[in-house]
Design a protein around this ligand. Sequence first.
Ligand code: PHE
Length: 462
Amino acid sequence: MAQRRSSMHGQWSSRWVFVLAATGSAVGLGNIWKFPYITGENGGGAFVLVYLVCIAGIGIPIMMAEVLLGRRGRQSPINTMATLAREAKHSPHWKYLGWSGVLAGFLILSYYSVIAGWALSYVFRAASGRFTDASADEVGAIFNNLLASPESLLAWHTIFMVMTMVVVARGVRHGLEKAIRFLMPALFMLLLIMVGYALNTGYFDEGLAFLFDADFSSLSGDSVLIAMGHAFFTLSLGMGAIMIYGSYVPEKASIAGTTFMIAGADTLVALVAGMAIFPIVFANGLEPGQGPGLIFVTLPIAFGQMPGGLFFGTLFFVLVVFAAWSSAISLIEPAITWLVENKGMKRATASIGAGIVTWFVGLGTVLSFNLWSGYTLFDKTFFDLLDYLTANIMLPLGGLFIAVFAGWIMTREATQDELRMRDHVGYRLWRFLVRYVTPAAVIVVFLEATGLLGWLMTVLER
Ligand code: PHE
């Protein structure tokens, strides 16, 4: 057994806390806001199926790899990569994998915070009774007015960034653990209540059919890329968030067991959110493919009509904010740990600095919904571009290299030792997946989405 390191930043008090924290990172806007709207945009069932296959075949093995790397390195992803590469007698340039993760985290948080700001503003709208008996048109108008106002978006974005940095500044135990303990179960209960409402809309079957009837004829290469990218995004993979959380995991915890729980919970929340939202979409004649506003123009209709809707609606958006909060923390944690380790900063100073930079980049997203909405590149606004670049390109690429590192660079003994697995089927399957399947799948999907795969095929056929 190799010598065990310990993290200068602390440790989770038990493996349960790790499961909760990692679930807190995984379950966020990705599940409640993004999954429903991209499912709507990409035609439903077939897209959902590809997403589920990616979770099982790519996401789970990579999550195990990230936790493993994190716990073995016990430092910021940048230093962990450098240390483990040196240990395996490879180039310390692997640290750039850590760097690309830090960059991805910054970029994602910059727009994540703006969207979380929407949810924050909806807490107050719901509480003030704005949605009570509102028609679908009225609810839509409330959302459009919010987007049209850079001042409000900016104010809510600022509040959310401050909230995030306050928790990050307080550190692993005091900041992160406490909040997550009761939030996750509460969020799940509330989603179930929403499904209960959806059952009564009379359109539940339509909703289910949309989510689960797979029609592959309408699935483009780009949809497959989006489904794969989302598997990374929703599980917080490919940028070091799970790696840094893994660096706080106690020695004894089983990596495979905890990973299954985290991925299972995350997937369940996304599917339940879909089951709550799509029946409401169809019952009100709304467009499933209308984009990022989907939950903000559907769920308020339901809250406006159900008994106790004022209470449930307010509570729901509070919980969405908390889910986003516990994810946001993990987006910036890799950068913070590096600043503390290498620049000798205090956590609080590092948090303020990182927060200001992220906040500033977020201005681009704020403006992309109003003043800059006309400026597009490849038909995408600043927000769309950032989302596409991070979720569909940076995270899968990061994941690809993490898999290569765990499968090819680290020795068999090292990974086996860290996973605490004997040479059983489970370990062999994992190793096979990270060595061959995951890297190949990511490359094929990239080629497919860029149209290069088709071109390659025709060249090879000649
Ligand atoms: N997984 C989070 C969500 O679904 C987003 C996230 C991505 C968090 C990457 C950390 C790292 O909302």
